[in-house]
Design a protein around this ligand. Structure first.
Ligand code: ADP
Ligand code: MG
Length: 725
């Protein structure tokens, strides 16, 4: 812990050591202090002082006494720019310094507070006065305690024999009892408030050169001054303390549990702010936007469903009804479609697209990876071309693959599968990656935007695509079940549909967890499945460089080895660094069963659909998140055959075992997602820095689900029932 004593600025140390009553800052008895404490240049201070501008919570910290440009720069490194930021600077922990120990009871290495009188003090210089140690000896009647500071000789003038002093620190020796660089506070006669000792004291994150005690003192004084200015939001619930008192308790709690109560109150505030944004965005949309009539007339859907070869599940049908209702509604649809991997979201999206196409509008479908976009392209071509509809493709690397995909205007586009130029029948569906977002790419008459695996995109990207049209309908799909707290945070402005049923006729998936020593057996098992005509995925965490020390394997390094093991069967290689054309070739060969084994990285995590593949082997499984492993498992079990998922992992830690056990025991994506959120936090769960999540200072989505819901209700209530959608 940084105690603040090694600070080299005498001007601030003055403040640190002498202030026992924060309301009586020793103002200006030392020239260097004038500068430190006065918000104006020191020279000015001697002249008639202009009335200080009224500070508000939004004022920069430089307006506070004692915060000069140097301190402000240090605070800025902690992202503290305004008074408000300072008041919300979250302690990393609190130390209970209320209980005074007798000096004789101090224990080696155990931090404790004690109190006594100085019976001797002085500085020793050595190394030709280049170094020094200041020391005082404290006596409380039970024993003596040596307190020492290196190279801070000026401390001598702050401590005199006879002073009554409180000390907090860890004894580093008991013979004699010694604490190096403790925190101290002079106890002066009369009533006083102690900031640092004799209380539960906050310990803050610091940056270099910023003393803990200085910051604690600053926050204390700032709180005193600004608490009256903290306005209670109108949405506040009665069940938690008022905002101002929560902020006070956050820093200076009466009891330890106050800290968590304060955190919850402040977390609620963050959620309220976010919900206010979400709900007002939604209201604005409802006020301004007219829904394009896109419900269709069935003339395309009927033949489509007829040719499909299976009937929709009840869940799919229910969701389609919800979508149709929205597409014919007065306001643009804003709907989140959730369904576990393999639940059949794509077909539902296709039906939604057909409704818009029937109504004469174009459709855009955006997927997070080229592999997935390509797969959608293949599927939609297969489904839509017999209906006389054009299916277009737009991905980053695809611009060179065929000039027909480079079109910036749908009028000039021709389908990839029909190179012979002929006028594109209107309307059409455009499938692509984020390349759809490029500025030059126009999508006229855009009726419906579909976003697959939404969590791979940020909210901003979603909005960019939507803005290509005039308030088109929006359907976002996600196969990563989103725990409700996250859902309300990320997708609070969307209505939700859930496909909670798997298509019939799926083979079951059995999941196994194995150690690396059992790999030869696993390989043998895979050979056997291939002999039966099935196919297999083998997934590694890395593309190129494995790591011998951690045993982490890379897909390109394992390729040659596995080719030998599985000869004469063909092994394919798929990872993110391949060019799009290469990826296509590999995927096509695997789909056609020209390759029996596909070595891959987690690029196949989303959406890839090859029903004949029934084995999924994941190596170094401990390197993946649970939700990610569940996604990988979702690549199998898509046909009628029984499927096998084998996680090979280093199971040295109990934690790793517990995590993988969740997977072995459950195939319920929601349960797994909740477990993953609790274990790894939202950023990891969503697997993206573009997750669109705002940074929370106090909120914790893994444990604050009730608060998120409460915030949503409170904000909804304030906006009035009429405004809610
Ligand atoms: P996901 O929800 O993971 O995107 P897909 O839409 O890719 O799932 O569907 C997985 C597989 O199930 C596809 O091969 C799809 O054709 C098939 N499928 C979808 N709906 C049904 C259904 N009702 N009956 C049978 N198979 C279906
Ligand atoms: Mg899918």
């Amino acid at each position: 812990m940084f105690t603040g004593y090694s600070c080299t600025h005498a001007k601030t140390d003055e403040q640190i050591y002498r202030v026992t009553d924060p309301r009586s800052i020793p103002f200006g008895h030392d020239a260097s202090l004038d500068f430190a404490l006065c918000p104006f240049p020191a020279g000015l201070y001697k002249n008639p002082v202009p009335p200080p501008p009224k500070l508000t919570l939004a004022s920069p910290v430089t307006g506070l006494p004692g915060v000069g440009s140097e301190r402000a720069a240090q605070l800025a490194r902690l992202k503290i720019f305004t008074v408000h930021d300072l008041l919300l600077h979250r302690p990393c922990r609190h130390e209970d310094r209320r209980h005074f120990f007798a000096i004789k009871d101090l224990q080696l290495g155990v931090a404790a507070t004690t109190r006594g009188q100085i019976v001797a003090q002085g500085v020793n210089y050595f190394a030709k006065r280049a170094k020094s140690v200041f020391e005082f000896i404290l006596d409380d009647g039970t024993a003596r305690l040596h307190c020492r500071w290196w190279n801070l000789p000026f401390l001598e003038k702050y401590f005199a024999v006879g002073d009554d002093v409180m000390v907090f620190g860890k004894p580093n020796s008991l013979k004699p009892r010694t604490i190096d660089h403790p925190e101290t506070e002079n106890v002066e006669a009369g009533e006083e408030i102690s900031i640092h000792l004799d209380r539960i004291a906050p310990v803050y994150p610091l940056t270099e050169g910023l003393p803990q005690r200085w910051l604690r003192g600053l926050i204390w004084r700032t709180l005193e001054q600004f608490e009256p200015q903290i306005v209670e939001p109108k949405e506040s619930p009665a069940s938690l303390p008022a905002l101002a008192s929560a902020i006070h308790l956050l820093h200076f709690p009466e009891e330890m549990p106050d800290v968590e109560i304060a955190r919850r109150r402040l977390a609620l505030d963050e959620f309220i702010e976010l919900q206010t944004q979400i709900q007002s965005r939604r209201r604005k949309l409802q006020a301004n936007a007219r829904g394009l009539p896109c419900a269709g007339d069935n003339h395309l859907i009927k033949p489509f469903l007829h040719a499909l070869g299976f009937t929709l599940t009840a869940a799919q049908t229910r969701v389609l009804r919800e979508i149709r209702h929205d597409l014919g509604g007065a306001q643009p649809m804003r709907r989140l479609l959730q369904g576990d991997v393999g639940s059949g979201k794509t077909v539902v999206a296709a039906c939604g697209a057909l409704m818009a196409l029937e109504s004469g509008h174009n459709v855009a479908l955006m997927a997070p990876t080229e592999i997935l976009a390509e797969q959608h392209f293949v599927n939609f071509q297969k489904w839509f071309q017999p209906l006389g509809l054009a299916v277009e493709m737009q991905t980053g690397s695809r611009k060179t693959a065929g000039s027909e995909h480079r079109t910036s205007n749908i009028e000039h586009a021709t389908s990839k599968a029909e190179p012979a130029p002929r006028p594109t029948p209107q309307p059409s569906i455009f499938i692509g990656t984020h390349a759809l977002l490029t500025a030059g790419f126009e999508l006229p008459k855009l009726g419906l935007v579909i976003i697959d695996e939404q969590h791979k995109f940020g909210v901003a990207q979603r909005e960019t695509l939507v803005r290509k049209g005039r308030y088109p309908h929006l359907l976002v799909m996600t196969a990563t079940p989103i725990p409700r707290s996250l859902g309300l945070t990320l997708y609070g402005d969307l209505d939700s549909s859930v496909i909670d049923q798997m298509p019939a006729g799926r083979g079951r998936i059995r999941t196994f967890v194995r150690g690396a020593a059992q790999l030869p057996k696993v390989h043998e098992f895979i050979r056997q499945k291939i002999a039966e005509g099935r196919q297999a995925y083998v997934v590694y965490p890395r593309v190129e460089e494995g790591d011998l020390k951690t045993g982490m394997k890379a897909v390109t390094q394992e390729f040659a080895r596995l080719e030998k093991i599985f000869a004469p069967h063909r092994v394919g290689l798929l990872h993110g660094r391949l060019r799009a054309a290469e990826k296509d070739t590999v995927m096509a060969a695997f789909r056609a069963n020209e390759m029996q084994i596909l070595l891959a990285t987690s690029v196949i995590e989303v959406g890839v659909d090859v029903p004949n593949a029934t084995v999924m082997l994941v190596e170094n499984a401990e390197q993946f998140g649970l939700a990610q492993l569940h996604q990988l498992r979702g690549r199998i079990g898509r046909g009628a055959h029984e499927s096998f998922c084998i996680f090979v992992a280093d199971l040295k830690t109990d934690d790793a075992k517990a995590r993988l056990r969740v997977l072995a025991e459950s195939n319920d994506g929601f349960r797994i997602a909740e477990a993953d959120l609790a274990l790894r936090g939202p950023g990891e769960l969503l697997g993206a820095n573009q997750s669109g999540l705002p940074p929370f200072r106090f909120g914790d989505l893994a444990q604050d689900r009730a608060l998120v819901e409460q915030a949503r209700e409170l904000v909804g209530k304030m906006a009035g029932p009429a405004a809610r959608g």
